[in-house]
Design a protein around this ligand. Structure first.
Ligand code: HEC
Length: 122
């Protein structure tokens, strides 16, 4: 009995290890946890309170079809690259006064991790 239980434990551990290895390319940094409440990241997935962020790096701000963006973000004429993402994520309402994105990420290291992650979402 005991050996059977041990074997299945090893099997489960093995499966878990395989899953985490295959997902590692897009494992979100801890700092992205706060974003998930509002942002979906699945390709072609539905937007939530915020727009789906899959493919956000490189696209113009406020350009995801079907999402109801603020007039402020639509008028911002930003394109999401490393610099604009960094400034927006640091203090959204300072970079784009009137945006509906409510939270900033003051820690530069966390922003860098988030931006690297966003660029991996395709
Ligand atoms: C409470 C909900 C909420 C949270 C939490 C949130 N966002 Fe947002 N986010 C929004 C909304 C709403 C918008 C659209 C803003 C607008 O239209 O002005 C947005 C817009 C954005 C955009 C611009 C997208 C585009 O298509 O132009 C990026 C990038 C973004 N958020 C990243 C993040 C990241 C990274 C985090 C976590 C650090 C985060 N957001 C947390 C609600 C949220």
């Amino acid at each position: 009995m005991c050996r059977v239980a041990n074997l299945s434990l090893i099997l489960i551990a093995g499966i878990a290890a395989t899953i985490s290895i295959s997902a590692s390319a897009q494992t979100p940094p801890a700092a992205f946890g706060a974003c998930r409440a509002c942002h979906n990241v699945q390709k072609d997935g539905k937007s939530g309170i915020g727009p789906n962020l899959n493919g956000v790096a490189g696209r113009p701000a406020a350009s995801l079809p079907g999402f109801n963006y603020s007039a402020a973000l639509k008028a911002s004429k930003l394109r999401w690259d490393d610099q604009s993402l960094d400034a927006f994520l640091a203090a959204p309402m300072k970079k784009v006064p009137g945006t509906r994105m409510p939270i900033g990420t003051p820690d530069p290291a966390k922003r860098a991790a988030i931006i690297t992650y966003l660029k991996s979402l395709k």
